[in-house]
Ligand binder design. Sequence first.
Ligand code: NAD
Ligand code: UD1
Length: 338
Amino acid sequence: MAVLVTGGAGYIGSHTCVELINAGIDIVIVDNFYNCKKSSIDRIRALVDRDFKYYECDIRDKEGMDKIFKAEKIDSVIHFAGLKAVGESVEKPLEYFDNNVNGTLVLLDVMRANGCKKIVFSSSATVYGMNNISPLTEDMPVGGVTNPYGRTKYMIECILQDLYTSDNSWSICLLRYFNPIGAHKSGTMGEDPNGIPNNLMPFITQVAIGKRDHLNVFGNDYATHDGTGIRDYIHVVDLALGHVKAVQKVEKDEGCFIYNLGTGKGYSVLDVVNAFEKASGVTIPFEIQPRRAGDIAICYSDPAKALRELGWKAERGLEEMCEDSWRWQSQNPNGYPD
Ligand code: NAD
Ligand code: UD1
């Protein structure tokens, strides 16, 4: 039996595939390679001692997905496939709802038709919206999202919860990620954004490698220790290990479970800049800019529920996250090869 990993060639998916195989779990990857390179599959292969299959397929392709389910013995699904750029989602809402929401509906339909009712879904801390006070717990109200990307995550959470209500034989795990950064220790896998990075760490590493001349720090007048925004950065390998625990949970228990995957610690933008400079030995020039629209001051998790129910907690600190991000970027200045 195998776990089908949608979006398994992407940033979080590829790291998760390595940890699933390390844990002795067979995988099958489905990706349409819209936001990643095929060489990421080779990089996964080079790090594991067991082979796996991958399919180039869009999750919205019902026939294609059905063929994969018929050809493989799929027991459960980890569903990463989706578009994730907040700004782009404001410009292209229909594309985001189609890819993320419609894509998930097609996937669930094909799963049901093939008797597969176990799914782990990549949600986001963005569903907590602007009004909850950190540390964020899973029982806080969700849905006050400010952009179409966030709304797709919230809508998919609702769809999965309604599905479980309609049929209690599903096992569903909604994982709310905080801010994944870092890379595999080998320096062969990491985050490879297209164009100008939206997120903090890839922007910092591109400044460090000389692709951008400085970092823009969005706001230094928040009510935080140095005025810059605070987030809960989590090492992508810790996040990947959380998925191993989550898939074992849905294999074992029926229910609809929700877990934060974060460290529970918040760091400011300038804390991250300082930690990165220490880890890399490279100075990061920065300029203070106005606040970015839609940003909140402070966002970090209470990760206690995942420890209690999954036996999972993040082990890697900010220093290691910075060292590993830098190793990846410095060894692969242009990301994955074509
Ligand atoms: P990513 O873009 O690197 O990975 C997503 C993968 O899905 C890509 O390889 C892409 O080619 C594939 N994909 C997209 N649409 C597809 C489709 N219709 N059919 C098949 N494949 C498709 O992104 P990531 O950072 O690895 O994120 C993975 C998931 O986690 C996403 O759902 C994202 O929204 C969610 N998430 C990410 C973060 C983050 O900061 N990276 C935070 C919270 C949640
Ligand atoms: C962003 C998204 C969120 C998504 C998450 C992970 C927004 C408003 N939110 O979260 O929906 O789930 O990414 O993909 O886009 N910063 C700078 N300069 C930069 C980039 C970021 O100062 O060039 C600051 C931000 O203001 C913030 C912190 O760094 O305080 C982290 O930003 P980012 O990495 O974009 O993550 P989030 O804003 O938490």
